[in-house]
Structures are given as structure tokens and as C-alpha cells.
Design a protein around this ligand. Structure first.
Ligand code: DX5
Ligand code: ZN
Length: 215
């Protein structure tokens, strides 16, 4: 299995000091920066959008892993790609079935990695026919919307299912309630990318927290 990609979520960073907080996780050995985009419709929270991603691009060389928790992602992917998103992950639940493949192709045509995500109540089998087209599958292990929630153990079997049905080039990312213990469980079940917000940013030793996820 390939190297584990650690993607700290800046949702738990200090929004008044995003540059500082990104440099902290860079130094701690992070691989990507996870950016949670929420629109107040697909999820009950509102966070950040295109202008912030544009500014983040100027202060980091790490890939920007943009998690779109928004309705109508097709309308926005181009704008996010233009300002420097490197990975664009949309939610299966946010689009109609017949829009999934066109959206994946659109994202790839923008020169960006395409990811698809499922919420905890969504069966992984809905992704069967799309696995060969995407670069990344994001398995949510909390209801999307907020950081600091408790990991949902019953989502772990979805990781196993998706890995079983895909080849090892697929990045399987997990997001929500990830810490050293839950992260290990996800990796054992086939995940190779971990998103963590509160576990990393609330840690007294951020470098230690990033390292503990990798091992
Ligand atoms: C939740 C977001 C997550 C969130 C994770 O909707 O998608 O990326 O920041 O936060 P923790 O790691 O605290 O659960
Ligand atoms: Zn996220």
C-alpha cells in the first residue's frame, strides 16, 4: 500500500491566522491541506469559499484538498480549479445520478484530481460504477457540517467494501472524528488518506499528532 496522505482540516484552525496555522502543519509533515467548503444548504454550516482558497494558494505549496459540501457543485468547480484547488471532492448526495459522471469528467478536464464523497447514511454500492473514473473516494465518518464530532464506527466497513472493489491507485480518504486510534482502524480497512481537524489543531504537540496518524 502506498504512503498515507495526511490532510489536516483547517476548519479547526484559527481563521484569523490561517497562514500561520497552515505553516504549522506543513512543518509537522502534512501532505495536503484539507479545505472544507460549506454553503449552509447542503450542510447546516457556512465556512469558506473561492476567495479564501485563492489566498491560501499564495501561502502554501502543499496541494489544496477541497471538500465541497455544497449544492450544485457543477456550478462552482471551475472557479475553485482556477484559484488553485488541486483536488476537488463533491458529494454524491448533492447531484442527480445522471450528473455524477459529467461532473467527474468536468473536474478532470480542469486538470484537477476528482473525488466523490458519501455521507454516513449512504451505501458505498452507489459508487460501484464510478470507482474507475475517480481519483479519490471520501468516506465521511461523521455527518458533514462540523468539526469535533465523534467517529462513527459503523462506517468503517464501507472503506473495506470500496477497497475490495477498486484498485490500489484509488485514494480512499476518511474524514470525521479521526485520531490515532480511529485512523489506524481506517488504514487497516484500506484507507490511505486521513483528514483530521480537531485532533491535529487541538493537540499540544501538532507534529506529534500528525506523526501518530501516519504510524
Ligand atoms: C466535517 C468536515 C471535516 C472536519 C473534520 O464536515 O468535512 O473535514 O473538519 O473535523 P474533525 O477531524 O474534528 O472531526
Ligand atoms: Zn472535510
Amino acid at each position: 500500500m502506498s504512503k498515507i496522505i495526511i490532510s489536516p482540516s483547517i476548519l479547526s484552525a484559527d481563521f484569523a491566522n490561517l497562514e500561520r496555522d497552515i505553516h504549522i502543519v506543513e512543518k509537522a509533515g502534512a501532505d495536503w491541506i484539507h479545505v472544507d467548503v460549506m454553503d449552509g444548504h447542503f450542510v447546516p454550516n457556512i465556512t469558506i469559499g473561492v476567495p479564501v482558497v485563492k489566498s491560501l494558494k499564495k501561502v502554501t505549496k502543499l496541494p489544496l484538498d477541497v471538500h465541497l459540501m455544497i449544492e450544485n457543485p457543477m456550478k462552482y468547480v471551475e472557479a475553485f480549479a482556477q484559484v488553485g484547488a488541486d483536488i476537488l471532492t463533491f458529494h454524491y448526495e448533492a447531484v442527480n445520478e445522471d450528473e455524477v459522471l459529467p461532473l467527474i469528467n468536468k473536474i478532470k478536464s480542469l486538470g484537477v484530481k476528482a473525488g466523490i464523497s458519501i455521507k454516513p447514511k449512504t451505501s458505498p454500492s452507489v459508487l460501484d460504477k464510478f470507482l474507475k473514473y475517480v481519483d479519490l473516494v471520501l468516506v465521511m465518518t461523521v455527518e458533514p457540517g462540523f468539526g469535533g464530532q465523534k467517529f462513527m464506527n459503523d462506517c468503517v466497513e464501507k472503506i473495506f467494501y470500496i477497497r475490495k472493489n477498486s484498485d490500489e491507485n484509488l485514494i480512499i480518504q476518511v474524514d470525521g472524528g479521526i485520531n490515532a486510534q480511529t485512523g489506524k482502524l481506517c488504514i487497516e480497512n484500506g484507507a490511505n488518506s486521513l483528514v483530521a481537524g480537531s485532533y491535529i489543531y487541538n493537540a499540544p504537540d501538532i507534529a506529534g499528532a500528525v506523526m501518530s496518524l501516519r504510524n
